[in-house]
Design a protein around this ligand. Structure first.
Ligand code: NAD
Ligand code: UDP
Length: 325
């Protein structure tokens, strides 16, 4: 084990996003100085608004595809900047490829300049529409390199490859996390991913839009667990890649029914067209994370969903309370 990331100063790229904002919070709780860097392409300053004024927190607006410089030393760099929801990266295809390639290069070089450990937020999407079940880190994936999702999948595959090249050729200290579907408070209601979409639809008394027959599966990990996994990887010497996700797999249809149940909504389901190259199933093998990081998820789906629904209810009431005009 190295000194925990709590000992010094951390840079979080994409820190004003969904996962990044929770990570910044946990780091501050552990005593770390946090520089949060974001261009707000898909994140929001209000995600870290409650941290403004904290003596060890600094928010900087910057695009990581532009040259990066930091005057003060950092010892850990968490690289999370990238669109992550399918509607976001389909809307920002070139930006997504560039943040994964140019952005990752800039972040790796910055980390090396500072002798810092760099943790890359990669994704289960590197496995594409997987032909192995459950997905182990040794699986090479099944990605359509020219399909619409490739802008995200291939950007992350390239980011992993570049990270490994810096590690092998230049001795860079790196850790790669392959994050599986993560959910929780601070997802944007309109980000298009299934959890915020279903919860928002249920709270608005609309039908839940289930894609295809809804039999495709995902394994949902609550954000608090995901962040704990990223911190465990940062605190270790492991290079990875290591899957960070829940192995509690369920179909999209089951999730829609659970959301109806948790929200007490009365409306039902509408079946919509499924996106091209949408993976049919996804479930991580998390034995490596358990062995190497002593990490496994703790928050059960129903509990995580209850907390997520409470967040969206609170957001909506805040919005309703705003004066008109
Ligand atoms: P998010 O969109 O909420 O956060 C990403 C953040 O990166 C946003 O704040 C965005 O503004 C910022 N960003 C994008 N391009 C940038 C640029 N060029 N310069 C600076 N900042 C930039 O997404 P998220 O769900 O919090 O995902 C965070 C990371 O975790 C991403 O790298 C994503 O690929 C990875 N990941 C997330 C999940 C998940 O289920 N949420 C699953 C696998 C991997
Ligand atoms: N999905 C759905 N209805 C929606 C949004 C998504 O049925 O309104 C489905 C989507 O087709 C996919 C699954 O939910 O099969 C997970 O999609 P999400 O965008 O949350 O994550 P990802 O595809 O990146 O795993």
């Amino acid at each position: 084990m190295r000194e925990p990331a709590s000992s010094g100063k951390a840079l979080v790229t994409g820190g004003a996003g969904f996962i990044g904002s929770h990570l910044c919070e946990r780091l501050l709780e552990r005593g770390t100085h946090v520089v949060c860097l974001d261009n707000f392409a898909t994140g929001r300053a209000e995600n870290v608004g409650h941290l403004a004024g904290h003596p060890r927190f600094e928010l900087r607006e910057a695009d990581i595809t532009e040259p990066l410089a930091l005057d003060e030393p950092v010892d850990t760099v968490f690289h999370l900047a990238s669109a992550a929801s399918p509607p976001d990266y389909l809307r920002l295809p070139v930006e997504t490829l560039e943040v994964g390639s140019l952005g990752t290069r800039n972040v790796l070089e910055l980390a090396e300049e500072h002798g810092a450990r760099m943790v890359l937020a990669s994704t289960s999407e590197v496995y594409g529409d997987p032909l192995e079940y459950p997905q182990r880190e040794t699986y090479w994936g099944n990605v359509n390199p020219v399909g619409p999702r490739s802008v995200y999948d291939e950007a992350k595959r390239y980011a992993e490859s570049l990270t490994m090249a810096h590690h092998r050729a230049r001795g860079a200290d790196v850790g790669i996390a392959r994050i599986f579907n993560c959910y929780g408070p601070r997802m944007r209601a309109d980000d298009g991913r299934m959890v915020p979409t279903f919860v928002t639809q249920a709270l608005e008394g609309r039908h839940l839009t289930v894609a295809g027959d809804g039999h495709q599966t995902r394994s949902l990990c609550y954000v608090e667990d995901t962040v704990r996994g990223l911190l465990a990887l940062a605190d270790s010497k492991a290079t990875g890649p290591i899957n960070i996700g829940s192995d509690e797999e369920l179909s999209v249809l089951s999730l829609a029914r659970i959301v109806l149940n948790v929200t007490g909504a009365r409306e039902g389901l509408t079946f919509i067209e499924r996106a091209e190259d949408d993976p049919r199933f996804r479930r991580p093998d998390i034995r490596l994370a358990d062995e190497v990081l002593n990490w496994r998820p703790r928050i059960r789906l129903e509990e995580g969903l209850r907390r997520t629904v409470a967040y969206f209810v609170e957001q909506r009431s805040r919005y309703d309370d705003l004066p008109e005009g």
